[in-house]
Design a protein around this ligand. Structure first.
Ligand code: PLP
Length: 359
């Protein structure tokens, strides 16, 4: 892909490296070693490298295909999404550590590890109430811990983890994080071992850490959105980080004065929505080469405060540029920042170019 292809996602690796440095320093003040979560950038080894430059020693991803692409980077690789039994061989080959909650999966990983003459490290996931992955019953987590430690060769029990604020909107709190630490201590006492890792939560736990509420014992956070986009819980900006690592550029393909309300509007729009219009008179409109096939238009925040996103069909973005600061011409580029899911959608659209550089 040529550099000047649009739409294009511009990723500023300097911002990711600087955010990572800042958050590593912050975490270490609180006895926490962060893992760099790279799943937002899909196959971008360069994002992983920016994190590693800043001092990250474990890179995590949800998909084993992405870890395969960074196999040669000299850090530990952690698989975030619970392993698929069908991929047990690759998971042991390309991930040093995985998050687990299922006995059958652990058996498959154990067999794959023996076959490859490797040791695979297991973090057991305990569900603290967000109701995505992990055992809800502490007795079940303890049973799996015994199983991994005593009965499954090829596996070692690395530690205990939990995920929050992903499905159920449950915030990391001192109480739920302490419950994880307590459970880890019970497992340590029962098995007579020391667990290396208590992996508390994601970027959602950073405000708790900043406020001094993360209990002693939690020694790992898995950070993605915060390192890349400077976001914590509820997409709130984290102090001393930057939110401008990623911007989207789209090209104007038409500029016309048009009425703001269609005549005889009775049909649904291209996405099956009932369109609603505000009568603002005739306005100056730009059509840009981007659509719902690439990213949901509600994710787009124009840098120019005079640009307003009116809507989109599958391949066309419609903008009101009546009050735009710059006098746009056809062929000009309009820039947007995006929310987390907007970046995710653009990353997986093959029609959106990606340009990574240190600006
Ligand atoms: C995505 C993910 C993270 C990172 O979440 P961020 O909000 O991007 O920091 C951490 N843990 C698990 C299990 C994840 O799937």
């Amino acid at each position: 892909m040529r550099n000047q292809d649009f739409p294009c996602l511009f990723v500023n690796l300097s911002v990711i490296r600087d955010n990572t440095r800042t958050l590593i320093a912050l975490c270490r003040q609180h006895g926490v070693e962060p893992v760099g979560v790279n799943k937002l950038s899909c196959e971008a080894a360069n994002v992983a490298r920016a994190m590693i430059d800043a001092g990250i020693s474990t890179i995590a991803d949800s998909r084993i295909q992405n870890l395969k692409k960074i196999a040669d980077l000299p850090v530990d690789k952690l698989l975030l999404r619970l392993p698929q039994i069908s991929l047990a061989h690759d998971i042991v080959a390309y991930a040093d550590i995985s998050l687990n909650s299922e006995e059958h999966t652990l058996q498959a990983l154990s067999a794959a590890a023996i076959a490859q003459n490797k040791t695979h490290r297991v973090i057991l996931m305990h569900d603290l109430g967000d109701l995505r992955e992990g055992c809800v019953d502490p007795l079940e987590t303890r049973r799996l811990a015994r199983l991994v430690h005593k009965e499954l060769p090829g596996l070692t029990l690395e530690g205990l983890g939990a995920n929050l604020a992903c499905y159920g909107g449950v915030e990391p709190t001192t109480e739920n994080q302490q419950a994880l630490v307590d459970l880890a201590h019970q497992i340590e006492d029962e098995l007579g071992i020391a667990l290396r890792t208590i992996s508390g939560a994601s970027s959602a736990a950073l405000f708790l850490l900043i406020n001094g509420g993360l209990p002693t014992g939690v020694n790992q956070l898995r950070l993605g959105a915060s390192l890349i986009m400077g976001f914590g819980l509820n997409d709130e900006p984290i102090p001393d980080t930057r939110q401008d690592a990623i911007k989207l550029g789209v090209e104007i393909i038409e500029l016309k004065d048009k009425p703001s309300v269609p005549q005889h509007s009775t049909a649904l729009d291209a996405m099956g929505r009932k369109p609603v219009f505000e009568d603002l008179g005739v306005h100056h409109r730009a059509l840009a080469a981007l659509g719902e096939q690439d990213v949901s238009f509600s994710q787009l925040r124009p840098f120019d405060p005079g640009v307003k996103v009116l809507g989109a069909s599958s391949d066309h973005l419609i903008l009101d540029v009546t009050h735009a600061a710059s006098g746009y011409q056809v062929g000009d580029i309009v820039y947007f920042s995006l929310g987390y899911s907007g970046v995710l959608q653009c990353m997986t659209s093959e029609y959106v170019g990606k340009q990574y550089s240190y600006f």
